[in-house]
Design a protein around this ligand. Sequence first.
Ligand SMILES: *Cc1c(COP(=O)(O)O)cnc(C)c1O
Length: 417
Amino acid sequence: MQSFYYCSDHLYCEETSIAKVAEKVGTPLYIYSRRALEEQYRAFDAAFSGVDHLVCYAVKANSNLALLNLFAGMGSGFDVVSGGELYRALRAGATGQRLIYAGVGKTAAEIDYALQANILFFSVESEAELEVIAARARALKRIARISLRVNPNVDARTHPYISTGLQKHKFGINLPHALKLYHRARSIKGVRIVGVSCHIGSQITSIEPFVAAVSKIRRLVERLKSEGIPLRYLDLGGGLGITYRDETPPALGEYAAALISGARGLDCTLVFEPGRVIVGNAGILVTQILYSKTNTSKKFIIVDAGMNDLIRPSLYGSFHEIWPIQRRTGPKITADVVGPVCESADFLAKDRRLQKPLAGDLLSVMSSGAYGFALASNYNSRPRPPEVLVDGRTIQIIRTRETYADLIRGEQLMTEA
Ligand SMILES: *Cc1c(COP(=O)(O)O)cnc(C)c1O
């Protein structure tokens, strides 16, 4: 979070005062640091510079067109999980040969779209999907490059909602079944086997689950090779965690060294799908304090951002640091920071020690670059906030604040019979 720092007790993003941006654009709003985004992408890519690899940024973490365009400009590929994400990636300047497509529920229309875009490969998540992809490819007279997403049955030791690599999860194909499916894929027309994929979860903060997954998949790759099914790509997914509070995720160098060594000798191009680790700490959500109140003994700070803007605390019980935009010395209080939405789950922080608030004070919800705006909704008919990209001293609004008119776009009054 070095791109967000205090200067004379005022919070800055790069060389730009957050208070000034808020004054200009209003609150709530998301702010991203271009420098932080670029540095983190480059650091990830550089960690694997010693081996043949492709970084495919996971679009779902933050799908703003300007960010995708920034990454495309640095040579990034993209991991998409829907037709809509594919559309965004293409609109942002991605080329098909750097696009991969995962997800358990791809529709025929989405598959057609991806085939027409000539994507690098589909990560196939079931036998039934394999058959549909093959049929669509034959119908369009194309060849679908495929990778089977296997489920290595590894416990990512993260929040259960963002853990994906256990047999009980809906994702991927269980390892014991994978071999059979590769044989099937080899025998049907319309598909070409090019790789194997796995993604075991998100916000993973230790190296062991990654190492366990790659070692299990390694055996599958070797077996396939011995059967005359060599794989060109070994896609190890995303999932590397970040520091929200006091987590100590593996450093990029340690992560890269472990995976490179786990894949040594397989003669595959390594593919990665990082999302959170690239954008998470490059963004903040800025919100204004509306009111403070005390119900019996409990204090609440009511702000103008809610669970519709940032749902992670409500959905996962996630911790986000909350920093004042203007730091003051003086008394502190312990309070819940809550939004205006009519749900008790609408909170950004619980029992947080904060400087005593004054009405109109601004707060920054830190580490909000990933799964922040991407999960924002219009619940309670609240327009989604704008997104601003800071570049040194300049700012650019990369998504305008939604209007009330946006809220009803596409809706129609009933016509009388
Ligand atoms: C969500 C997801 C990712 C990105 O996960 P992060 O934890 O944000 O790195 C990568 N690959 C797939 C298939 C995903 O579903």
